[in-house]
Design a protein. Structure first.
Length: 94
């Protein structure tokens, strides 16, 4: 596989608190830890800026803090977003 082919293939990203997204590393995810809404928005944009298509997992609490940015990127249809629930009581997103 050439470097170009490797870069262009789909990727898995995870955005949210480090302790929640760490297990996704075992599935080959690129981790984007974020503790604040500002960090999460930057992390989301970094994940969405990756070449090719990708699946971006976003922790539910993180998604609720950055919902406008998430919806804007979701509308681009370049990436698939999946909101994942965590141990906290559900906010109805994941």
């Amino acid at each position: 596989m050439t470097a170009e082919t490797k870069e262009a293939r789909a990727q898995l990203h995870a955005v949210g608190p480090a302790e929640v997204i760490l297990p996704f590393r075992a599935a080959g995810a690129i981790l984007h830890p974020a503790a604040t809404a500002e960090e999460a928005e930057r992390a989301l944009k970094a994940a969405a800026g990756s070449p090719g298509g990708s699946l971006i997992l976003v922790v539910e609490e993180t998604a609720s803090a950055i919902l406008p940015a998430l919806r804007e990127l979701e509308a681009s249809a370049r990436h698939a977003f999946l909101i994942i629930p965590s141990r906290s009581p559900s906010g109805g997103l994941g």
